[in-house]
Design a protein around this ligand. Structure first.
Ligand code: S3P
Length: 438
């Protein structure tokens, strides 16, 4: 798939299950690979990002069998990974690169991590600096970008570190390195971020202590295999939360979605905007809260997005900007400069795309102001960013004319099957060869 074409309108109805959580899928593979014993994973995201993590661990000698979304990982133990024969290709995935960098820092062998054009331009200093402070030896390109080579046989010391930005990738990278450090590491965040690593480490029997924004953990502890049921990804569900909210006469159930409170910022923001969202059958599956989510059409209104919710909805802003464009009045986002260093500069790329559709926007260094109003059709460039491509697909519901989105192949990094699932739910969406000039 390189392009997506959408006719305007559509009513969103029925009951769907979106693919497994991407963040939890990465962590499930990594932690079960260094555990002792066999872990069985279900609901694994079969997207390119998490498959890259899986392949990387296989290249480091871990036996992993996969049948669809079911994966069995025969853990190699804390010190059982082997030197990979080739460079480890992380593709488009910042999570894979940053988390594996932390894991590699504690190994006895050298390894090199590479990524695609987008990933090779993303900031790695945020993980390289604290890892070096722990004693890791890492070679990067000028500007602290990938390819990154981690030299083995470093003796890691524990770290007491205040992360300068709210980033679960940085926190998780350091927790993985801390497993190999001699003593207790303490990491303090400026704001709460997703805590899947901490929850899963506890599941594997490693006592991680979370107190407010501080996490502490001692190194050297063996992990014991466990079975993991991965819930549906709230970041994938978010596209449909907005779709059903802005489409007329809609009612959609999203089944078995992970509703960890460090991820539910999108629900809170949409509710503040007037969305009609209900959580049913709330339950706990293997240490992660899960619910079925019902969303109905609603008249949305603009808000000032509370900054505390920004890290809790960090991946959902492209589609939240679409909600803001469909809302009555102005929506203001601040405190979100991290959006500029995602798979694309999401403030810039969304501002460009919304402007193409005739929406008034005022981008700022750390956010954007969006003025709700009518949207036209047009051709949008997603700049190879999966979430931009999917966000504009949802915008088509409210667009006045045909909407075409270029450069959509990367939708497969996080949401294989998006177009078919969206069409089944009621969007007038189809794949296109992406050549929109003819
Ligand atoms: C992720 C953390 C977030 C998020 C990314 C996944 C994770 O990145 O944007 O898609 O799995 O830890 P940051 O931690 O850099 O904000």
């Amino acid at each position: 798939m390189s392009g997506i074409e959408c006719l305007p309108g559509g009513t969103v109805k029925g009951s769907i299950r979106v693919p497994g959580d991407k963040s939890i899928s990465h962590r499930a593979i990594i932690l079960s690979s260094i555990a002792q014993g066999t872990s069985h994973i279900s609901g694994f995201l079969q997207g390119e990002d998490s498959l890259n993590t899986l392949k990387a661990l296989q290249s480091m000698g871990v036996t992993i069998e996969r049948e669809g979304d079911r994966v069995s990982v025969h853990g190699a133990g804390l010190h059982g990974l082997k030197k990979p024969a080739n460079t480890l290709d992380m593709g488009n995935s910042g999570t894979a690169m940053r988390l594996l960098l932390g894991l590699l820092a504690g190994q006895s062998f050298d390894a090199t991590l590479v990524g695609d054009e987008s990933l090779s331009a993303r900031p790695m200093k945020r993980v390289i600096e604290p890892l070096q402070a722990m004693g890791a030896r890492i070679n990067s390109q000028s500007g602290c970008t990938a390819p990154l080579t981690v030299l083995g046989q470093s003796k890691l010391s524990p770290i007491n570190y205040h992360t300068p930005m709210a980033s679960a990738q940085v926190k998780s990278c350091l927790l993985l390195a801390a497993l190999y450090a001699d003593g207790e590491s303490i990491i303090v965040e400026p704001a709460t971020t997703r805590d899947h690593t901490e929850r899963m480490l506890r599941g594997f029997g490693c006592p991680v202590v979370s107190e407010g924004r501080q996490v502490s953990m001692s190194g050297g502890q063996e992990l014991n295999a466990m079975d993991i049921e991965i819930p549906a990804d709230i970041s994938a569900a978010a596209f449909f939360l907005v779709a059903a909210s802005i489409a007329t006469d809609s009612e959609l159930t999203l089944e078995h979605v992970g509703v960890n409170p460090t991820r539910t910022g999108v629900i809170e923001i949409l509710r503040l905007m007037g969305a009609d969202i209900t959580l049913l059958n709330q339950r706990d599956i293997g240490g992660e809260p899960v619910a079925d989510i019902v969303v109905r059409s609603a008249s949305l209104h603009g808000i000032n997005i509370p900054e505390a919710l920004v890290p809790l909805a960090i991946d959902e802003f492209p589609v939240l900007f679409v909600a803001a464009a469909c809302a009555e009045g102005e929506t203001l986002l601040t405190g979100a400069s991290e959006l500029r260093v995602k798979e694309s500069d999401r403030i810039e790329v969304m501002a460009q795309g919304l402007s193409t559709l005739g929406v008034r926007v005022e981008p700022r260094p750390d956010g954007i102001k969006i003025f709700g109003g009518p949207m036209a059709g047009g051709v949008i460039n997603s700049h190879g960013d999966h979430r931009i491509a999917m966000a504009f697909s949802i915008a088509s519901i409210a667009a006045g004319d045909l909407l075409r989105i270029e450069d959509c192949t990367n939708v497969n990094t996080s949401f294989p099957g998006f177009v078919n699932l969206a069409a089944g739910a009621g969007l007038k969406i189809s794949m296109h060869d992406g050549n929109f000039n003819t």
